[in-house]
Write a protein that binds this ligand. Structure first.
Ligand code: NAP
Length: 337
């Protein structure tokens, strides 16, 4: 079976590609340049995966009209489309142009191409985000939880910073997916994956340590702290990238995932907790990382941490990697030159 993965060189996508090849699927990835495509192909060869099962198509800008048309015309054999590509950056000046438009247009371009040229595509899996579900403006009453029915209430008009802009880009892109599936009589069914902060190792050992994706950099930043530095107050919900990738695969393999929004969340984390794991697991880092206040590990939590994951867990049916393993595997890879 042939699977398309958009944004194949991304952090999550490379883990998806790796797991798909390990499971003997054929993969067509979209990449922005030939150089990036060749680098990924070499990583696949070096990992002794079946490189002949991986090809790539160049889609330089997912937001350009008809971006995916040629790629899908070239591959009528495709049966599944996994759409991960979307801008994940916070150093933006123009939120609309740099985040919102590429996210929405990239998604609708993919769906239009699938509808027109991907006649054999039966399943579409789209990477959304927990940011599409809830955020700082979400108000929960006592005893209430966020469920797969919730949408982040933040609107385009209320955007105050790039973080709001990213949340809106993910929300509007995911809304466009469900609207497309409802309005058109599509020959494919849809599942969306809503990850928390994605931690864990890069899929392949050859990666750019100075150009890490946003979520991996959150752990890398803690490694760069000096003993007297203040511990940043970051807190949220996380999922290991290997589980996040696995969720994308289960999403097209299982019939019960059709029409579902699936939370990819393993649990809570805060930076004090992550530092405590690093210091206790790596002798060489114990003396050089700040101690902070280990009591804080229990104190500060994400703003909304009440998520009802019963639907997701029953569909996915696997145990999630815990914070300690995710952090230790990430740091081991970052320290390994
Ligand atoms: P990533 O490593 O930055 O991957 C994003 C991918 O999208 C890259 O391959 C990037 O290509 C591509 N891309 C971005 N804008 C593009 C454009 N205009 N045209 C063509 N390609 C474009 O980030 P990631 O963490 O793997 O994110 C993958 C997906 O997961 C995104 O949809 C993101 O919103 C979602 N997500 C991530 C997290 C997280 O914590 N990592 C959490 C929730 C949801 P280049 O690198 O070549 O620019």
């Amino acid at each position: 079976m042939s699977i398309f993965v958009s944004g194949a060189t991304g952090f999550i996508a490379q883990n998806i590609v790796k797991q798909l090849l390990q499971a003997n699927y054929k993969v067509v990835g979209s990449v922005r340049t030939q150089e990036k495509g060749d680098a990924l192909k070499n990583n696949i060869k070096d990992a002794s995966l079946q490189a002949e099962n991986f090809t790539y198509e160049i889609v330089a800008d997912i937001g350009a009209e008809g971006a995916f048309d040629d790629a899908l015309k070239a591959h009528p054999e495709l049966e599944v489309f996994i759409h991960t590509a979307s801008p994940v950056k916070f150093d933006v000046k123009d939120v609309k142009k740099e985040l919102i438009e590429p996210a929405i247009n990239g998604t609708t371009n993919a769906l239009k191409a699938i509808q027109q040229y991907g006649k054999n595509i039966k399943r579409v899996v789209v990477t959304s985000s927990l940011a599409a579900v809830a955020g700082s403006r979400t108000v929960l009453k006592d005893g209430e939880s966020v469920t797969e029915q919730n949408w982040n209430p933040v609107t385009e008009e209320e955007i105050k910073d790039p973080s709001d802009g990213y949340a809106v880009s993910k929300k509007l892109a995911e809304e466009a997916v469900w609207k497309f599936a409802k309005d058109k009589s599509t020959h494919f069914s849809v599942t969306t994956i809503l990850p928390g902060l994605v931690t864990g190792p890069q899929a392949f050992p050859n990666f750019d340590r100075d150009g890490l994706n946003f979520s991996s950099e959150t752990i890398n930043k803690l490694l760069k702290l000096k003993p007297n530095d203040e511990v940043p107050k970051g807190a949220g919900l996380f999922v290991d990238v290997r589980d996040c990738a696995r969720a994308h695969i289960v999403a097209f393999e299982k019939e019960s995932a059709v029409n579902k929004r699936l939370f990819a969340v393993a649990g809570k984390f805060n930076s004090q907790e992550v530092l405590d794991i690093i210091r206790s697991s790596f002798d060489e880092l114990d003396q050089i990382s700040p101690k902070g206040n280990p009591e804080d590990a229990k104190k500060y939590a994400p703003r909304s941490d009440r998520y009802d994951q019963s639907v997701t867990r029953s569909v996915l049916g696997f145990e999630f990697i815990d914070l300690k393993k995710s952090v230790v595997d990430t740091v081991n890879q970052l320290l390994d030159d």
